[in-house]
Unconditional design. Structure first.
Length: 148
């Protein structure tokens, strides 16, 4: 007689590897727990605030210090929201890329008098851009392979 499972236990989810994703397509949409959906919704706040600060600086609506400070703050808030949203969705490569771009901007703008900080910031920025581009290219290739 087969062993009965208790209703509260679920089997562990199958981990997707790049080879598995390429062979079977992207993983199906799985329902997220309520706390995770709530956090995902809350990531919209820094994104919207950042975009409003960024656009406000262009329209001469200065809320924080100077236009430059407001633009940088807006960009960092938007990148923070993008990174957190990506990580909560399980897209670690994209989240890491957005986070590295944020760190790069903070280093280049905040410590621009130190040449090593500017060089490190530029290297982290390139690494972040490569991470985001790689993740989007993998997603694009999976989608085009699925259509064929």
């Amino acid at each position: 007689m087969p062993k009965k499972r208790s209703p509260g236990r679920r089997p562990a989810p199958v981990q997707s590897t790049p080879a598995r994703v390429a062979a079977t397509g992207p993983r199906p949409i799985v329902a997220m727990p309520r706390w995770r959906r709530t956090l995902l919704l809350l990531t919209l706040l820094p994104m919207l605030a950042g975009i409003l600060l960024f656009a406000g600086a262009w329209g001469d609506v200065i809320v924080l210090g100077s236009a430059t400070a407001q633009t940088v703050t807006g960009a960092l808030l938007a990148l923070l929201g993008f990174a957190a949203s990506s990580v909560l969705q399980g897209r670690w490569l994209v989240g890491g890329g957005w986070a590295l771009l944020g760190v790069a901007i903070a280093l280049v703008i905040g410590l621009n008098s130190l040449s090593w900080a500017v060089n490190l910031g530029m290297a982290l920025g390139v690494a972040g851009l490569l991470m985001v581009a790689t993740a989007f290219m993998q997603q694009f290739q999976a989608q085009t392979a699925k259509r064929r």
